[in-house]
Design a protein around this ligand. Structure first.
Ligand code: ADP
Ligand code: MG
Length: 344
């Protein structure tokens, strides 16, 4: 909840330049490739001979987030994570970000500082430099856009295309938690709207709520690939849901897949919360978004390496035929349809 007390600072009291100064002053540069950072007309990067990866994400209040239950610090963190996750999905390492915000005068300086404390936390956690951005006003809500810049090592980047028939399909971590966290928070919001004295006890839902409010990018998995000289044949991060991401991968390579429902990793906390909400855990794992896990295909010669890693689940394989099929727990074959979360 953004702060609403009398002794908070109006943004027009400090002006645009004062605001930029205050929110950016505590960021430190840690990467050699950052030659010139905040404070000039543009930043300058020096990546020598490396290939550079660039990605942008935009989040709009009321469309992508609801500040009545999404703390600004977490929002800043998550906005950065979602861009780092895109660089991870290319098998790259993030080095810099730019952050642009549009804010209405309903926000106070202290709220924007909260947002930037989350951004700073993410920068520290992932060794990323904040090198610039833009600050402007909006008529009502908050808009935040994060661009991330990174590089790939000699082993090169990994795209959404490139899988071959019989490649293994692998997913990291577990799925569906972030979506359920959102369901819990939405429910508590409705309770609060009816009775503003209600104090939600979310301790039972700590895991799923954290998956929603504080996701992580899988940079350690990229490091694992690089250290072990393993290269996935294609990769994507799961922001919209497993079913739509697997369809993206298959379409891009002109092939299909078989996925086993029983192999899809779902945490116990997610299953328990699903039961309470009368939702089917596999459906949620297939269609719930925002887990930011990595989904990749890889030659089966790497099966040993994949099995050794505790974060990985092999959930199926790539087929020559272009059908994308799910084998259900009772052995039936059903087509996977794209049920991912869409912003339009
Ligand atoms: P210009 O007028 O050339 O666009 P600004 O006054 O907007 O310059 O920005 C001054 C410096 O502050 C630039 O280095 C810019 O990248 C940085 N900056 C502006 N807004 C932000 C922001 N919200 N977050 C991080 N850096 C910012
Ligand atoms: Mg500007």
């Amino acid at each position: 909840m953004e702060k609403r007390s009398e002794n908070l600072t109006d943004l027009n009291q400090i002006g645009e330049f004062g605001l930029i100064d205050l929110i950016t002053k505590d960021f430190k540069i840690v990467n050699d490739s950052t030659e010139l950072s905040i404070g000039d007309d543009a930043a300058v990067l020096n990546y020598k001979n490396q290939k550079i990866i660039v990605t942008t994400d935009m989040l709009v209040e009321g469309v992508h987030f609801d500040l009545s239950y999404f703390p600004l610090k977490h929002l800043g963190y998550k906005a950065v994570i979602s861009s780092i996750s895109d660089i991870c999905a290319m098998c790259g390492t993030t080095k810099q970000i730019t952050v642009s915000i549009a804010v209405s005068n309903r926000f106070k300086l202290e709220s924007i500082q909260e947002l930037y404390s989350g951004i700073k936390y993410a920068c520290n956690r992932y060794n990323v430099d904040l090198i610039g951005g833009d600050t402007t006003s909006s008529l009502t809500g908050l808009v935040i856009s994060v661009s991330a810049i990174g590089c790939v090592s000699k082993s090169n980047y990994v795209t959404r295309s490139g899988s071959k028939p019989n490649d293994l399909i692998v997913v990291s971590g577990s799925l569906g938690g972030a979506y359920l966290g959102l369901q819990v928070l939405e429910r508590e919001k409705q309770v609060f709207l009816v009775n503003s004295n209600s104090k939600p006890d979310l301790s039972k839902y700590k895991y799923v709520v954290e998956r929603q409010l504080k996701p992580e990018a899988k940079s350690e998995i990229v490091e694992f690939f690089l250290e072990n000289k393993i290269r996935p044949s294609s990769m994507i991060d799961i922001s919209d849901g497993l079913s739509s991401e697997i369809i993206h991968l298959c379409k891009k390579s002109g092939n299909g897949c078989v996925i086993y429902e029983e192999k899809i990793p779902i945490s116990k906390e997610t299953v328990d919360t699903c039961e309470e909400f009368k939702l089917e855990a596999s459906t949620i794992a297939l269609s719930g978004g925002e887990d930011y896990e990595l989904l990749f295909t890889i030659d089966s010669k790497y099966l040993k390496n994949i099995e050794q890693h505790k974060e990985f689940s092999v959930i199926g394989y790539i087929t020559k035929e272009s059908n994308t099929n799910l084998i259900t727990k009772d052995g039936k074959t059903t087509p996977i349809s794209s049920m991912g979360w869409k912003s339009f």
